[in-house]
Write a protein that binds this ligand. Structure first.
Ligand SMILES: *Cc1c(COP(=O)(O)O)cnc(C)c1O
Length: 356
């Protein structure tokens, strides 16, 4: 840290991304990426012709991509906001809709970035405890008079709220924005995107990183009322108008044309997830009933941290969180069937070793 850094940033607890070690080839089941490559249409679009236009700025309005997304979900382009990963929408939303005066509420076990943005933007936020079974108690979010941020399905639990419950939260907080982060919704969750037609305080946030195999391209989008989207644009045009690079824009457009491919990848992941649940049961693990592309699981034989370490020594990465509330668990991303079978084989070996 330099002596020049402004005081309020000195104590920030920054977000820690899942590790990406380069010392060897790991089976990567730690950051919820898709194990499947982008579609052929995306590969073809990133041609040398496309690359040769990198001397030109990209379209700051992302018109074509907005049109494609608007068509896919049957909204108008004025209801769509495009961002550099959905993290950027979260950042812009905390800036636009939260402050010391306008507080925020989110679950105490959820996506780690909510708290980081809350701190970064000096937001008066409150973390609501999950119930014993790791579900969200919607009573904590009714009539709170603060900005509500909920990942649905939640991470790292993988559990979903119903659209009815989301609607109750939206109705009961008419003076505040309710942001629903649907990063994992394509794997079987309940999308509340249709509620956007009825409520102007609901913002639904999506990403290409999980279900559209484009974590490396950094692309996210939000669907909301025209006014909310205008607010996000005020922030965007005050920070980084060219937030989406040309190649990512082109890839994002091509991916929508190949929507069927991505939906079949999601189906495949759901199948492997259900297979994996059974294998984990056979190995004596307990897990939450995931609607996502990961499983939050714990063993009665080995602690979360030790299991994570031993898997890593054997070339498999999963995510372990040190927060005491969830430190018994690991979060396992669903990979290909082959990757999962490697995980299960190694796990069997590890469990045998520790039981000796
Ligand atoms: C992965 C994830 C994000 C961030 O996605 P990017 O689009 O890659 O920035 C946002 N919210 C949740 C809940 C996530 O798991």
């Amino acid at each position: 840290m330099s002596k020049y850094l402004i005081n309020r940033y000195k104590t920030l607890e920054v977000y820690v991304p899942g590790e990406q070690p380069k010392d060897m080839e790991y089976v990567k089941l730690n950051t919820n990426e898709s194990p499947f490559p982008p579609s052929k249409g995306v590969l073809d679009r990133i041609s040398s012709e496309e690359v040769s236009r990198l001397n030109l700025y990209p379209d700051p309005e992302c018109k074509k991509l907005k049109q494609k997304l608007a068509e896919l979900y049957n909204f108008n382009t004025e209801n769509i906001f495009i961002s550099n990963g959905s993290d950027e929408i979260l950042s812009f939303s905390f800036m636009a809709f939260c402050s010391e005066e306008v507080g925020a509420v989110f679950p105490n076990i959820s996506y780690g970035f909510y708290k980081v943005y809350g701190d970064l933007y000096d937001v008066d936020y409150k973390e609501m405890p999950l119930k014993k079974d790791f579900t969200i108690d919607i009573n904590d979010y009714l009539n709170v008079g603060k900005t509500v941020v909920i990942a649905n399905p939640n991470a790292p639990t993988g559990l979903s709220l119903s659209v009815d419950d989301i609607e109750k939260i939206v109705i009961s907080n008419p003076e505040n924005v309710v942001l629903i982060d649907e990063a994992y919704v394509d794997f079987g969750g309940n999308s509340c995107v249709e509620l956007v037609r009825k409520y102007d305080n609901l913002l639904v946030v999506r990403t290409y990183s999980k279900s559209r195999s484009m974590a490396g391209a950094r692309l996210g989008y939000a669907i909301g009322s025209k006014q909310l989207i205008e607010d996000l644009n005020r922030i965007k045009y005050s920070t980084n108008p060219y937030n989406i690079n040309r190649l990512t824009l082109a890839a994002g457009e091509a991916a929508i044309d190949d929507n069927d491919y991505y939906m079949s990848c999601c189906n495949e992941i759901v199948k492997i997830r259900e297979y994996s649940k059974k294998k984990l049961s056979d190995l004596g693990f307990e897990y939450l009933d995931s609607d996502t592309n990961f499983i939050f699981a714990k063993s009665s034989i080995i602690r979360g941290e030790e299991y994570y370490q031993k898997l890593k020594q054997n070339g498999v990465l999963v995510r372990h969180f040190s927060s005491p509330l969830i430190s018994d668990y690991v979060r396992i991303t669903i990979g290909t069937k082959e990757q999962m079978d490697m995980l299960f084989d190694i796990t069997e070996k590890i469990l045998q070793e520790v039981s000796l």
